[in-house]
Write a protein of this length. Structure first.
Lengths: 258, 204
């Protein structure tokens, strides 16, 4: 039986790991390789690492870090940040990364999704959409560049388009919920889930295992991704890497066989 | 000694790290000369079928690999696309496969399935080993493996299937034809269960 995926999402800035709130206020939480080793021991389902500086600083992905991370991870790795060409996607896959996330570049040039899928296969192309309520009507809109640039795109329509072009997974990152630890934006996930048939992952807002369980209860096979939940403990945001153990996971997946 | 066939695809370092931790000697072959000395090989893979076939051809190792596997009968384990390459053809591409196993690679048909059957098949799933599935030894307490694919391996001889997985019907997640082994999942990314399988392959 295929299981839902519970996925720590780590943000990289200046070669260190950080955690943000609503895409601002980055707090240093540690070293990426060390975190990967701890997550190995905790047998996490997958790991996502996003370099949040690369696109904003218009620079290439840090290939040395990606290679080191991919070799260290005993779980699948999804890398994103600063990826804007099919050559970069190909290079990152050859470094040992299973999935490459594209975001701003996919919005600017949706053809990149198709070209990337043609080269490395659709299963390795992940489109990450950063979504925020915007305008007087508070409608959902896709943003890029760490939430600073509006795109005018509706996330549901763009997710559908990304799927049709060859994306193998859609990640919906709710900016308003980022770091708030008050639960996922289930309305937003519901809208996107109804529109696409590829695997979908929710990011932004999980503050407890109950939040993960609520998402999985409603959507079944889904990716439940979180940052703060797996790197902070307590209301003062003390850094402590954690992940549900086998018993906790079985309880939240409601799966006696875990 | 395990030889990792490095034709530029798949996570060579992850395999090397696992075998180093197991104290099992491992080497990486990037050219035909190095590969020629191999006694037991892993053919990794990620990505598109044609891309992988082309990269293997461009690496200059294909002929040597064919000789080791077909004539010298050296054990080889194909991973994900590395397994699919062992078939005769694939729905995903135009190029012929290595043809080591009488099989073809087909796309999952998910029409009419429920919302829990999405493509790609992505995540952790179970494998039931058959009586010939020695490669799954030592996992009596249960196991799970990481899958990431939209195409599956369909052998024409049922007895070559040594592991089965359910995804909108059953498919061959592990095969063995003599010295040729293949797994659809990623053991190098499947924690202790994958490590056990890689250890088993080295010791069979």
């Amino acid at each position: 039986m295929l299981r839902p995926r519970i996925i720590p999402c780590l943000l990289v800035q200046n070669d260190g790991l950080v955690k943000t709130q609503r895409f601002g206020d980055p707090k240093y939480v540690g070293d990426p390789l060390n975190a990967a080793r701890i997550f190995n021991e905790k047998e996490v389902d997958e790991l996502t690492v996003l370099d949040i500086d690369a696109t904003a600083q218009k620079r290439e992905p840090n290939y040395t870090m990606i290679r080191n991370l991919a070799g260290e991870c005993r779980m699948p790795l999804c890398y994103g940040g600063g990826v804007s060409t099919a050559d970069q996607i190909e290079k990152i896959v050859t470094l040992g990364v299973e999935k490459v996330a594209i975001s701003a570049a996919a919005v600017r040039n949706p053809g990149l999704i198709a070209e990337g899928a043609r080269r490395v296969g659709d299963q390795s192309i992940v489109v990450v959409l950063d979504v925020k309520k915007s305008g007087l009507m508070r409608r959902y809109e896709v943003f890029t560049h760490n939430g600073t640039q509006k795109t005018g795109l509706n996330p549901v329509e763009f997710a559908k388009r990304a799927q049709d072009l060859g994306a193998g997974e859609i990640v919906i990152n709710a900016i308003d919920n980022d770091g708030m630890m008050k639960g996922y934006d289930l309305n937003l996930i519901r809208d996107v889930r109804a529109a696409v048939t590829v695997p979908l992952t929710a990011l932004g807002g999980a503050g407890s295992y109950d939040d993960l369980a609520a998402l999985i209860r409603e959507f079944g096979i889904i990716g439940a991704s979180a940052g703060s939940l797996f790197v902070f403990k307590g209301k003062y945001r003390a850094v402590l890497i954690s992940y549900p153990n086998a018993a906790e996971k079985a309880a939240l997946l409601n799966d006696p066989a875990q | 000694m395990i030889t990792l066939v490095d034709y530029g695809l798949g996570n060579i370092q992850a395999f090397a790290n696992i075998y180093n931790r197991l104290n099992i000697p491992v080497t990486v072959a990037r050219d035909a000369q190095t590969l020629a000395n191999a006694s037991r090989m892993i053919l990794p893979g990620v990505g598109h079928f044609d891309w992988a076939m082309k990269r293997l051809a461009d690496s200059g190792m294909r002929q040597t690999l064919d000789d080791l596997v077909v004539r010298q009968k050296k054990p080889v384990l194909g991973i994900c696309v590395g397994m699919q390459m062992m078939a005769k053809r694939s729905d995903e591409g135009e190029l012929p496969g290595l043809g080591w196993i009488d099989a073809e690679v087909k796309k999952f048909d998910v029409t009419g399935s429920n919302r829990h059957t999405q493509l790609p098949h992505m995540g952790w799933n179970d494998v039931s080993a058959t009586e010939f599935g020695d490669i799954f030894g030592g996992m009596e307490g249960g196991s799970r493996f990481y899958f990431l694919h939209s195409y599956y391996f369909a052998p024409n001889r049922g007895e070559e299937v040594v592991g089965k997985t359910d995804y909108n019907g059953t498919f061959a997640s592990a095969v063995r034809a003599g010295n040729v082994f293949g797994v659809q999942f990623h053991p190098e990314k499947s924690h202790r269960w994958g490590i056990q399988l890689l250890k088993n392959f080295a010791e069979l």
